[in-house]
Design a protein around this ligand. Structure first.
Ligand code: SF4
Length: 310
């Protein structure tokens, strides 16, 4: 029975990309200049309560530059550190299927054409996948490796309302069916530590996802950033942060619950130091990841070791 993927006890994105492309693959995060219906007034104007000023694309390229300029400048910085490798163009900031289909086509095609690109990743909302967009995505997936990221965050609709997600679980389920029927890989975002959620709720989301036809999962720690609607909840004492130990324990448990074929894209979150209110321990990203690795090894825990199909 497989217990390791390289030096990890879980199926990491690095491992998957190396296996698939035979060499190191880097993601280049882009801001294609889109908006979001949950921010522009179509669904709401407040956005998800944790969403930062930059539409959760805080490390993406410069919004004012075109795709080629963003890609080239980030690639240049990366190639100083790593001499070789391929790239995934990652449409990260805001909702990257929220524009007329011809605009989307132009942006995606521009990304695909950049030197060294072997795939694209598109982050979006499940309620922004109109039939013509799905058609375009299917077309793209036949040209280049594609995955779609859906920001679910939680399987609990009650929390979905509290965080102003703006859609119900059934909308996500429908989008997943649509994407999978076109053979498009789906990566889901979940957040641990959302307001009002118990540890059982958080692991309930992982359990729910573990039985779906998804190809990847990003697990984020909830970050409280400056100038987000969540600051108010925090000020009112309605938000408490997970402690580091609690979080790493939860993540280890979550890893064991996932089947071995789901690629784990993320085990914590990145937040710009100057914008982060808390939890501040999350800034020690490498320490956290090392601690997760250690706990898994010490406990002889690995991805799938407590997976139970329902
Ligand atoms: S859907 Fe994404 S971009 Fe829109 S408000 Fe929520 S987190 Fe921000």
């Amino acid at each position: 029975m497989k217990k390791t993927w390289g030096d990890k006890s879980y199926y990491s994105l690095n491992y998957f990309l190396r296996e698939k492309f035979g060499e190191k693959v880097f993601k280049i995060s882009l801001d294609a200049g889109f908006s979001c219906p949950n921010r522009d007034g179509t669904i709401s104007s407040g956005g998800c309560i944790f969403c930062s000023e930059r539409g959760s694309g805080d490390f993406a390229g410069e919004r004012s530059c075109d795709i080629k300029e963003q890609f080239t400048s980030i690639k240049e910085i990366m190639s100083k550190k790593w001499k070789s490798g391929k790239y995934i163009a990652y449409f990260q900031a805001y909702t990257n299927t929220y524009a007329p289909v011809e605009v989307l086509r132009e942006k995606y095609m521009e990304a695909i054409c950049q030197e060294g690109v072997v795939g694209i990743a598109i982050a979006t909302r499940p309620d922004c996948l109109e039939p013509e967009v799905l058609e375009l995505l299917e077309e793209i997936s036949k040209k280049v490796y594609l995955w779609i990221e859906l920001g679910l965050q939680t399987s609990k609709d009650e929390t979905g309302v509290l965080i102003n997600r703006g859609y119900e679980l059934k909308v996500f389920e429908k989008a997943l069916v649509e994407l999978r029927s076109r053979n498009i890989d789906v990566v889901v975002h979940s957040i641990l530590g959302l307001p009002g959620e118990s540890k059982e709720d958080m692991l309930g989301t992982i359990k729910y996802l573990s039985n779906l036809d998804i190809q990847g999962l990003k697990m984020h720690l909830l970050h409280l950033m400056k100038d987000t609607p969540m600051e108010k909840l925090y000020g009112e004492g309605q938000l408490t942060f997970l402690e580091e130990e609690e979080y790493t324990d939860l993540i280890c448990k979550a890893i064991t619950m996932l089947p071995k074929n789901i690629v784990i894209h993320r085990l914590t979150g990145d937040a710009p130091r100057q914008a982060l209110i808390g939890p501040l321990w999350s800034l020690k990203k490498w320490e956290i990841l090392n601690s997760i690795d250690r706990k898994l090894k010490d406990g002889d825990l690995y991805q799938g070791s407590s997976f139970s199909p329902t």
